[in-house]
Ligand binder design. Sequence first.
Ligand SMILES: [Zn+2]
Ligand SMILES: [Zn+2]
Length: 239
Amino acid sequence: MISEIGWRLIDALIPNSCLHCEERASRSHLPLCRPCQELLDLLDPTMRCRLCFQLNVAASGLCLACLNLHPPFAGVAAALSYEGPARALLRAFKYNKFVPLAKGLSAFMVAQFARLHWPYPDLVVPVPQSRLKRVIRGFNQSELLARHLALSLSVPHSRILKRRSKGPAQMGLDREERRNLPPGSFALKWRRQVEGATLLLIDDAATTGTTLLRAAEALQEGHPMAIYALTLCRTERVN
Ligand SMILES: [Zn+2]
Ligand SMILES: [Zn+2]
C-alpha cells in the first residue's frame, strides 16, 4: 500500500493532473479525474442522420442536405462531441504528441462501432495528412487511431489514400480555398484492396465533413462495395 504521503511524492515527481480541469487524475488509462471521465459519453446514433451524423433528422433517418445530395457513404458517425474532456484529450494527443493516448481514445471508437450495427469492414483506412503536417507533428493521429481500431476489430488497415499537396485541382487557389479541400485533394494509391470491399474511413475529428467527403470521393475511384466513416470527435454545426 502506498500512503497518502507516498502518492504526494509520486505526484510531485510525475505530474498526474487531469488534462481538462487540472484536479488530480485518477490512476487509469486516461489522464482525467473521475468526474471528467464520466463526462465522456458516446454520442447517441439513433438521433442522428445516418449519412452525416447531424442532429435533426427527418422520418427517413436522413437530414435534408443528405436527402438532396446523396453523399458517397453508407454511414457516418463519431464517438464523442469535441468539447470538455474529449477536446482536452484530443488536443493533448495531437498537439502535445501524447501518443500513448491513441489506444485509450480508439477504445471509444470501438465502443461506438459496436452500437452502430455496421458490417465489419474489409479494410480500415486512415485519412492522410499533408506531408508538411506529418513532418511537423512526427505522426498522423488518424493513422494511429485507425491502427488501434483495426487491431481491436481484427481487420487489416492500410494507408491507401494520399494527400495531393499541389494537384491540378489546387493550382491557383489561395490558402483559405486550399484549406476547404477542393475535389481532388486526395488520391487513391492502390485500387487492388478497394474493389468490392467494405471500407471504414477513420479520422480524428469532423467539423464540416468536407475532409471525409473528399477522402470518400478518392476511395470511390477504386469501386468499393461501401464506405463507412467514423471519427473520434465531432464538432456540432450550428444551423
Ligand atoms: Zn478533471
Ligand atoms: Zn445528413
